[in-house]
Design a protein around this ligand. Structure first.
Ligand code: G3H
Ligand code: 13P
Ligand code: ZN
Length: 293
């Protein structure tokens, strides 16, 4: 299929009490793993590309990286019969505009570091551009820390303020809202909880689907409860990277004469397919491809 705008599926998942899963990709094999797993589970799925992934794939040139990912994402989506979206994750204003022009079907402006009024002004402008191009628009209020951030200590986390979230939605008209509930990006083992009471307070004021970032470090029990309470898009990156890299490490450890990358990237792709399939089932996305018009 051609790349799809995921808004309809995320809205539908919200109504049905399940979620859509969004998988970060840094390599061509990781993109292939997402679409092959989605096909195997008859699930819609989102491939996401971060600013850092675009920089990596463009060898330091994020614009070139976005062009590569637009081409790869388009071909990957066309190679399967389930709906696939290509999302730009944690991006700057310029990157969002470039991604929309390149055919991404979903974008996230990360206003972390902007004053609230500036975040609102840029997000509103980008939302109009996104909607004019049939692209789903995500933005963030409150910040989920990234590796290296100063406030990474879980006791210092600044969670999303429900009133601010409501005002942000009314002012920007975005399609999905990323909120900070206590998760942290880049955590390699699942041990964190999220603030479910705060999620309920935000849900009571905000009608749009809510997005969980940094899901890899959150226990499945919390994610499952969060989905029931209105988290409708679950972002997954580190959990995939971990499976992919452990598989490479295993193969290389068995043969220090091995030089053909296909010999270790094939098991890495297979390991990631397993994790993506399991996550699609976990969030309740398996079998839902046929519900999408
Ligand atoms: O939320 C972002 C993902 O964890 C991707 O991380 O910026 O290192 O690509 P990254
Ligand atoms: P993790 O790396 O913790 O899975 O976070 C993914 C994410 O939030 C991508 O936007
Ligand atoms: Zn994120």
């Amino acid at each position: 299929m051609t790349l799809c705008n995921p808004k309809v599926w995320i809205d539908q998942a919200q109504r049905d009490g399940c979620a859509v899963a969004a998988f970060n990709a840094n390599t061509a094999e990781q993109i292939q793993a997402v679409v092959l797993a989605a096909e195997a589970e008859a699930a819609p799925a989102i491939i996401q590309v971060s600013h850092n992934a675009a920089l990596y794939f463009g060898s330091g040139n994020a614009t070139l990286g976005l062009r590569y990912f637009a081409a790869l994402g388009t071909i990957a989506a066309q190679s399967v019969s389930v709906p696939i979206a290509l999302h730009l994750d944690h991006a700057t204003e310029t990157e969002v505009m470039q991604a929309i022009a390149l055919g991404f079907t979903s974008v996230m402006f990360d206003g972390d570091g902007y004053a609230l009024e500036d975040n609102i002004a840029v997000t509103r402008k980008l939302t109009r551009l996104a909607h004019d191009n049939d692209v789903c628009m995500e933005a963030e209020i409150g910040a989920v820390p990234k590796p290296g951030d100063a406030q990474i200590d879980e006791h210092d986390l600044e969670l999303t303020d429900p009133d601010e979230a409501q005002a942000f939605i009314e002012a920007t008209e975005i399609d999905t809202l990323a909120i900070a509930l206590g998760s942290v990006h880049g955590v390699k083992d699942k041990h964190l909880g999220i603030d479910l009471a705060r999620l309920q307070q935000i849900r009571a004021r905000v009608a749009v689907p809510l997005v969980l970032h940094g899901s890899s470090g959150v226990t499945d029990d919390y994610i499952a409860q969060g989905i029931k309470l209105g988290l409708s898009k679950i972002n997954i990156a580190t959990q995939l990277n971990k499976a992919f890299t452990l598989a490479v490490r295993d193969v290389l450890a068995q043969d220090d004469r091995l030089v053909d990358p296909r010999k270790y990237l094939t098991p890495a792709r297979a390991a990631q397919i397993d994790v993506v399939r399991e996550r699609l089932r976990f969030v309740g996305a398996a079998g839902r491809a046929e519900l999408i018009p």
